[in-house]
Design a protein around this ligand. Structure first.
Ligand SMILES: NC(=O)c1ccc[n+]([C@@H]2O[C@H](COP(=O)([O-])OP(=O)(O)OC[C@H]3O[C@@H](n4cnc5c(N)ncnc54)[C@H](O)[C@@H]3O)[C@@H](O)[C@H]2O)c1
Length: 384
């Protein structure tokens, strides 16, 4: 322990992501003992002091702050972790970059492309290590999908298909805004399922299959008015409840994407499928340790979809965990990202997805929303 370099973390936001990132910092040295850096839980920020103290006690943070500016101003913090709603990302990240802090920011990078561009400019100027928590890249089965695609086994790719289906906002009595329901408030979230769910699908898609060049989309807001928690008044709903788009990839393949919070029966059904000339793969978050693979080169009498349980030591990340045949979960994807971030600090390489990578996803989200609003095709401007 004594020989390790410290990475002193200042965490902002104590909700779902605040907990899961902290678990990653807390656990990483146990499973990646060779790393030169060791996260230190230095300070946590919540606007409510009692919440901050409870969180610090439960998770082992050394100190608390109630204003994120105070965390950024501290000399004993190396890295700022942004786990707050989307409307705060730009202001916090730009201030952190200007203070020379490393930044780990939750997704989507920002509410809009303009906000996200300002963040990337600040990061580039400060030249600080950074990463954005598009954590699905670090599901071992998804990383294996990346390796299979890169190996060329699929051949020419024709189709990329992804869904992210939920059902938790169907109730028309659900209010919008406030601490728990900021995702329904366009001012806080920027958009609905496009920034919240499709952003994940787009990040994974461009990682696996390259740039999305142009899109044609439609969005739907099923419940048009909801009580706002802050004002107590019935107010128009500004988010997209559902979004569907199709697109072209730079490699010539076609993409089809759907996200909704109105698919009764689905909690978080993130799935993707890639169809190539020789083989296809598909993945499903509800069964996240498995990757399905179809190889047309198999002998015809036994040809069919293989269901690969990704748990062997020679599969991505799995040499860190238990024994072949046993599973890991959602939280491990964040732990893997912490480990990769620490490795990149050693090597000096960027930890993908960087702010720049996340900006490319933001460009697609922006084009999707613009396409739906104008009922026309939009170029994304993604850097090929
Ligand atoms: N990578 C993923 O899969 C994933 C999953 C969920 C959420 N997210 C993203 O993480 C971010 C946070 O989402 P969440 O689900 O943890 O939300 P959450 O509502 O559970 O937690 C947000 C926290 O931020 C705090 N907060 C809000 N404004 C603040 C401020 N000005 N200063 C300090 N604290 C403040 C809230 O009190 C709350 O503790 C969002 O950007 C979201 O899109 C990513």
């Amino acid at each position: 322990m004594a020989t390790k370099k410290e990475l002193r973390i200042g965490l902002i936001g104590t909700g779902l992501m605040g907990r899961i990132h902290t678990n990653g910092y807390y656990q990483v040295a146990h499973f990646f003992p060779e790393l030169a850096y060791r996260p230190v839980l230095k300070a946590v920020c919540s606007r409510n002091e009692e919440n901050a103290r409870k969180f610090a006690e439960q998770w082992g943070y050394e100190s608390v702050e109630t204003d994120w500016r105070a965390i950024i101003a501290r000399d004993d913090i190396d890295a700022i972790d942004i786990c707050t709603p989307n409307d705060t990302h730009a202001e916090i990240a730009i201030a952190a970059a200007e203070a020379g802090k490393m930044i780990l920011c939750e997704k989507p990078l920002a509410r809009t492309l303009a906000e996200a561009q300002g963040m990337v400019d600040a990061i580039n100027k400060a030249n600080v290590p950074n990463t954005v928590w598009y954590n699905y890249r670090r599901v071992p089965a998804v990383t294996l999908a990346k390796q299979i695609v890169e190996s060329g086994k699929l051949g020419k790719i024709f189709h990329y298909r992804a869904n992210f289906l939920q059902d938790w906002t169907i109730n028309a009595d659900l209010p919008q805004g406030g601490t728990a329901l900021w995702r329904l408030d366009a001012d806080a979230a920027g958009s609905g399922v496009t920034g919240d769910l499709l952003a994940h699908c787009i990040d994974t898609a461009m990682w696996l299959n390259g740039a999305i060049t142009d899109v044609s989309a439609m969005t739907k807001t099923f419940i048009k008015e909801r009580v706002h928690q802050t004002t107590g008044k019935v107010q128009p709903v500004g988010i997209d409840d559902a979004c569907l788009f199709h697109c072209h990839f730079d490699n010539g393949s076609l993409g089809l994407f759907e996200a909704t919070r109105y698919a009764r029966g689905h909690k978080a059904l993130y799935t993707f499928e890639i169809n190539g000339e020789h083989a296809s793969i598909r993945w499903d978050l509800h069964d996240m340790n498995r990757l399905e693979y179809f190889d047309h080169a198999d002998e015809s009498v036994v040809r069919g979809w293989r269901n690969i349980h990704v748990s062997d030591g020679d599969q991505p990340y799995m040499n860190r965990w238990w024994i072949p045949g046993t599973s890991i979960g959602y939280e491990h994807t964040f732990l893997h990202q912490v480990a990769d971030f620490l490795t990149c600090l050693e090597t000096g390489e960027p930890c993908s997805p960087t702010f720049q990578d996340a900006l490319e996803t933001q460009k697609v989200c922006e084009a999707v929303l613009a396409s739906a609003a104008s009922k026309s095709w939009k170029d994304t401007g993604v850097t090929v």
